[in-house]
Design a protein around this ligand. Structure first.
Ligand code: V0V
Ligand code: CO
Length: 147
């Protein structure tokens, strides 16, 4: 079901400052930046490697406001790992399968994710305390995001 670790999402207060740190410390390169209003974030992807069906990345996340998932996380826990995202061949299918096995899927349908991906989240309380994201890369199948 999981093809690769697609990305590790890291919550931060200052996106530009964290991008500069990752670039100069690890020679990583930003390959995408996006403001995602629906998810309440401004984010940047730093490329690590290419894998089956897509790449693997670090995703840096700055909240658009305090009343967003990342804003609430920062207030409660401070900066750190916010979520782990796994690449799946078909996100709608993975949501059905995993939901049928008793894990709460937080999205009723796939949402728009970075680089044109389709994404869905699994509840951290059902995942050993780890907010988990499913990612279908854009060129993989025909499932366009819902908007
Ligand atoms: C909250 N909790 C977490 C957590 N966020 N645990 C582990 N990792 C996290 N990231 C815990 C929190 O400590 C509470 O536990 C409990 O869950 C309820 O949290 P809350 O602060 O009351 O917040 P809720 O319930 O309003 O929302 C939590 C959930 C929410 C996870 C349901 O954040 C959500 O729907 N997240 C999915 C969307 C998202 O995160 N988008 C941003 C990334 P205690 O303290 O009660 O024990 S966007 C992205 O990745 C994109 C665009 C992409 O990849 O392309
Ligand atoms: Co993510």
């Amino acid at each position: 079901m999981f093809m690769r670790i697609d990305h590790v999402g890291i919550a931060c207060h200052d996106l530009e400052e964290k991008i500069a740190f990752f670039e100069r410390t690890f020679d990583l390169r930003v390959v995408a930046r996006e403001t995602n209003e629906e998810q309440g974030v401004k984010e940047a992807l730093l490329h690590i490697a290419d894998g089956e069906g897509g790449g693997s990345y670090i995703q840096l996340l700055e909240p658009l406001g305090p009343d967003t998932p990342v804003g609430k996380f920062l207030a409660k826990r401070g900066e750190g790992v916010h979520h782990v995202a796994f690449g799946v061949p078909d996100v709608a299918e993975a949501m059905r399968e995993i939901g049928g096995r008793g894990v709460r899927v937080l999205d009723a349908e796939p949402r728009h994710g970075t680089l044109g991906s389709s994404i869905a989240f699994l509840h951290p309380k059902d995942m050993g305390g780890v907010l988990t994201e499913l990612v279908q890369a854009p060129d993989n199948g025909d499932a366009a995001p819902g908007h």
